[in-house]
Every structure is written in C-alpha cells, then in structure tokens.
Design a protein around this ligand. Structure first.
Ligand code: NAD
Length: 283
C-alpha cells in the first residue's frame, strides 16, 4: 500500500523541513510537537520557505496555499492514529526518542512503518525499543531539507526488505536521492562531516585563527560552499555535541572527543541560528 499520510514528530528545524517536502509531494501531514510554540514556529518557517519559492517563481501562490493546507499541527501523539508512516525528528537524545517511539507504536496501526531522522543513534537499538523492529528504519534527511537532495536510508539489523523498499520509494516520491548506509554511529555523512566541524572548533579554541578566517579558509581553499563554523550554527550546536558524544561513545576512540569549546557554548545556551547566537550572531 502506498504511503499517503505521514506523521512527523518534532516541529523543529528538521521536522518542519520534512513536513514541507512531504506536503509539497502531495502527502497529508500531521506534525506533532510537545511544544505548541514550536509548532507555530515550524509552520511559520514552512510558510516563509514556500514564500521564497513563490518569489523565485518555482511555485505559484496557489500551490503554496495547497501545500500549507496539507499540514496539520498537533500536540498529542494520539493524533497519529490514522497515518500510514511516522518519522520521528525530535531532539537528539536516545532516552527521549525511545519514549516517543514506544508511545507512537502504541498509538498507530500494526502496519504503520516507523522511521527516525536521528543523526547518529543506533537504528538497531531504537528499532528494538520500538517493539516493531521489522517495520522500523533510519531515514536521515539533511539540513535544509527542502534544498539538499540526500536522504540516508539506514537499515537496522531486523528491518524487513518490505520496509526498506517502501522507504526507498517514499524518499524518491519526496524528490530525494537516497543512499543506503549500514547502521554504525553517525552512519556515513556525519561520520565524516561532524568530526571535521569538531576539528574546526578545536582550531578556534586553540586561537589559530578567527571564526571568520577558519570559515573563509575552508570556503576559499577547500571549495566548501559554507564554512564549518557557520555550518555548525546551521545544524545547531546542541545537535552537533550530541552527535560527537554518540561517535565518541560508539567507537570509544579519542579522535571523536567533542571539543571542550563546543560543550562550553552549549552550556552557555549558544545553540546557533535557532536561538540567534553560535560561533556567529544572527539578527
Ligand atoms: P530542533 O531542536 O530544531 O527540534 C527538536 C524539536 O523536538 C523541538 O521542537 C522540540 O520541542 C521537539 N521535541 C522534544 N521532545 C519532544 C517530544 N517528546 N515529542 C515531540 N516533540 C518533541 O532539532 P532538529 O535540528 O530539528 O533535530 C531533530 C532531529 O533531527 C535530531 O535527531 C537531529 O539529530 C536530527 N537531524 C538534525 C539535523 C540538523 O542539521 N539540525 C540534520 C539531520 C538530522
């Protein structure tokens, strides 16, 4: 059976992006967050993102309204009862995700596939905790979701072929180019990308160059379209720290040690773009 309705848990940076591309592809979306203000912000950011597409003439004003009308916000997981597929995109915290996934499994029909957008946590472990490991998978989108074409599809040890095939088809239906990755801390892209960003924080911490110079260096010398510290701010410093911690614990290797300055920034409440201050400041 094709997936027609989708539940998204978490209305933050990623949840709202996933809701937007799903609605744009014609699916009905229920976006759930514990925080009503986060839903309002999420829907607001989807509206602005669609407005930008209208301005660039990639979308008509009517298509924008139709897309927005397909998204419903909710604060109760019980609203996911009738959806065909649920993707969890809440805060990067394993205990929190396990609680959500157990609750979602209880609320939804036995055929509903559950996915997680985790950046680094073991899919096999989350699958086992969900109680429906064969109908569970990692579906890892990239930020900003409406712009970046990649989705990493990660099978847990018990993910069925049927679940995998349906999720690969869904990724393509959303206009994405999926790659398949094995379950391992950070999967493929974050295993490479996040330690690079962490190293940029060490370079800043050691006073080797300013944040701007580090970013200019990587843009001008390595042909990156965005500097590592601006990228850190875009991802969210709390999310980045959580990913480094998962890599460090998962591999038990010193090379994945989170930069102390990254931890210090998160402790200070500097989370990046999402709250206006990270390695750079935002209006
Ligand atoms: P975010 O901080 O922007 O949003 C997280 C949202 O989860 C918040 O709105 C919060 O209220 C909500 N939440 C917390 N507890 C909840 C609960 N019990 N039920 C429902 N909602 C709850 O974070 P984000 O950047 O959107 O990240 C979400 C997930 O996506 C994380 O697992 C992260 O690792 C992953 N991810 C992030 C990026 C990125 O660049 N930021 C990229 C790929 C994957």
């Amino acid at each position: 059976m094709a997936i027609k309705t989708i539940g998204v848990v978490g209305a933050g940076i990623m949840g709202s992006g996933i809701a937007q591309v799903s609605a744009a592809a014609g699916l009905s979306v229920v976006m759930v967050d514990v925080n009503a203000a986060a839903i309002e912000r999420g829907i607001g950011s989807i509206a602005s993102s669609l407005d930008r597409l209208v301005k660039k003439e990639k979308l008509t004003a009517e298509q924008k309204e139709t897309t927005l009308a397909r998204i419903r916000g909710a604060t109760d997981l019980a609203d996911l009862k009738a959806v065909d597929f649920v993707i969890e995109a809440a805060t990067e915290n394993e205990a929190l995700k396990i609680k959500i996934l157990k609750d979602v499994a209880e609320m939804t029909g036995a055929d509903t596939i559950l996915a997680t957008n985790t950046s680094s946590i073991s899919i096999t472990r989350l699958a086992a905790a969900s109680g429906r490991p064969d109908r569970f998978i990692g579906m890892h989108f990239f930020n900003p979701v409406p712009v970046l074409p990649l989705v990493e599809v990660i099978r847990g040890l018990q993910t069925s072929d049927d679940t995998y095939n349906k999720v690969m088809a869904l990724a393509r239906q959303l206009g994405k180019d999926p790659i398949t990755a094995k379950n391992s801390p950070g999967f493929v892209v974050n295993r490479i990308l996040v330690p690079m960003i962490n190293e940029a924080v060490f370079v800043l911490q050691e006073g080797l160059a300013t944040a701007q110079e580090i970013d200019d260096g990587m843009k001008l010398g390595a042909n990156h379209s965005i500097g590592p510290l601006a990228l850190a701010d875009l991802i969210g410093l709390d999310t980045l720290l959580a990913v480094m911690e998962t890599l460090y614990e998962g591999f038990n290797e010193a090379k994945y040690r989170p930069a102390p300055l990254l931890r210090e920034m998160v402790d200070a409440g500097y989370l990046g773009r999402k709250n206006g201050r990270g390695f750079f400041t935002y209006g």
